[in-house]
Design a protein around this ligand. Structure first.
Ligand code: EPU
Length: 379
């Protein structure tokens, strides 16, 4: 087979933000052999290889991407009940293996329909299966780190298929080794999840408990009900893909929720108290995170720094339904989105001393151009 590489392919239509310029080279890989060819092509042309998934967590630069942009289209969702011959999962778990190019929500829908617990709270999230390990996709009290048994990938250096066990992936909050030490090293082609047959739904996120009228410690509602409730919550925040939604062109949350070491958190909390932004009796939203750290709500900090929902910045804006989502109101440029992101970040930093980091992948920008917004930027 030979890889079908096209030149100057517009990328904006392949992203949910609908922003940015073309790919210098673009190809699709339906099989692992095509991924190996793509590595060879990129090497021969001396350009980086960038993997595009569902495009739901990406901001592409206006000038485009000087790389081979590869859309991985490896398909298939297989259920391997129990401990399969080649599955390597835990006993009592059902393994679900999906090609990287499958839509994530199809895998969730199928798992819920089969009575397999473990990903039901991750319903309604746009994007492809292959992207989920990279940023450890999470929502409503679950993250894929809890269920990923293994990740299959092609290694750039050797062109060989490798299988990486979940615990080796170094998962953290919206983080993994694929984003850091392993950046550019692998192209993910399939992911295997270990789910709980007949298991109870995870209803630990307070907003979800309220929506389901399910008190903490009580019997969990059926998986299908949890899936519907999560989708309804997401829809209410314009966080499901819906072309008719005026906030629909976004990359989900534009910033991560900051997690601070205890000392830094105490200083920030004191600064917020002193800033006079709290209503009488109002508590600052905060959540315990790993290692005694404190997670704050980026959306809340942004609002208290003076940015209301619906704020406009040229054709870019803040969603009218959720302060964390920056949206393209029609014809926005990447420059406008970054301009708004910088204003927001600067205000939160000046007001409360918290530096927010961008959550989507910022692609095609020059070195130094986006250092303030992200650490570990690339291309
Ligand atoms: N809040 C506001 N204003 C808003 C929205 C939220 O002040 O407009 C405050 C409230 O205090 C609220 C708290 O923020 O209680 C948390 O809000 P929410 O439950 O909406 O969650 P989030 O922290 O804003 C995170 C994820 C979302 C995920 C939701 C639900 C990140 C960066 N974002 O948002 O993930 O869907 O929790 O679990 O962690 C994404 O990553 O793209 C994404 C959408």
């Amino acid at each position: 087979m030979s890889l079908d590489v096209r030149e100057s392919v517009p990328l904006a239509p392949l992203t949910t933000l609908g922003v940015g310029g073309p790919a210098r080279y673009f190809a699709e890989a339906a099989e692992e052999a095509a991924v190996v060819e793509a590595f060879r092509f990129a090497e021969a042309r001396g350009v980086p290889l960038f993997v595009l998934g569902g495009g739901s967590n990406l901001l592409i630069a206006d000038r485009g991407v000087d790389a081979l942009v590869l859309r991985v289209r490896v398909r298939g969702i297989e259920l391997l009940r129990g401990r399969g011959e080649d599955g390597g999962g835990e006993a009592g778990r059902a393994l679900v293996r999906a090609g990287a190019g499958e839509a994530w929500d199809d895998l969730v829908a199928r798992s819920v329909a089969e009575g397999l617990a473990g990903v039901e709270c991750l319903s309604g999230i746009p994007g492809d299966v292959g992207a989920t390990p990279i940023q450890n996709v999470g929502a409503y009290g679950q993250e894929v780190a809890e269920t990923i048994a293994e990740v299959r990938a092609i290694e750039r250096a050797t062109g060989a298929a490798v299988v990486i066990a979940g615990p080796e992936c170094g998962f953290g909050y919206r983080d993994s080794r694929f984003k850091r030490a392993w950046r550019g090293r692998y192209v993910i082609t399939a992911v295997t999840f270990a789910l709980r047959p007949g298991g109870a739904a995870t209803v630990r996120y307070p907003e979800l408990q309220r929506a389901l009228a399910a008190p903490a410690g009580g019997a969990a509602p059926p998986l299908g009900e949890v899936r519907s409730a999560v989708i309804a919550l997401r829809r209410g925040k314009s966080m499901v893909l819906d072309p008719a939604d005026e906030n629909g062109r976004s990359a989900g949350s534009f910033f991560m929720n900051p997690t601070l070491a205890p000392g830094a958190a105490a200083a920030v909390l004191a600064r917020i108290e002193a800033a006079g932004v709290l209503a009488p009796g109002e508590a600052i939203p905060r959540y315990p995170a790993d290692g005694g750290r404190v997670k704050l709500s980026a959306a809340w900090l942004i609002e208290r720094a003076g940015f209301a929902k619906g704020t406009r910045h040229g054709a870019a804006g803040i969603s009218t339904r959720h302060t964390l989502a920056l949206v393209n109101r029609g014809g926005a440029t990447a420059e406008e989105l970054l301009g708004l992101a910088r204003r927001v970040r600067r205000a939160v930093l000046d007001r409360f001393g918290v530096a927010l980091s961008a959550e989507p992948d910022l692609v095609g920008f020059a070195p130094g151009e986006i250092d303030d917004l992200v650490s570990g930027a690339h291309l």
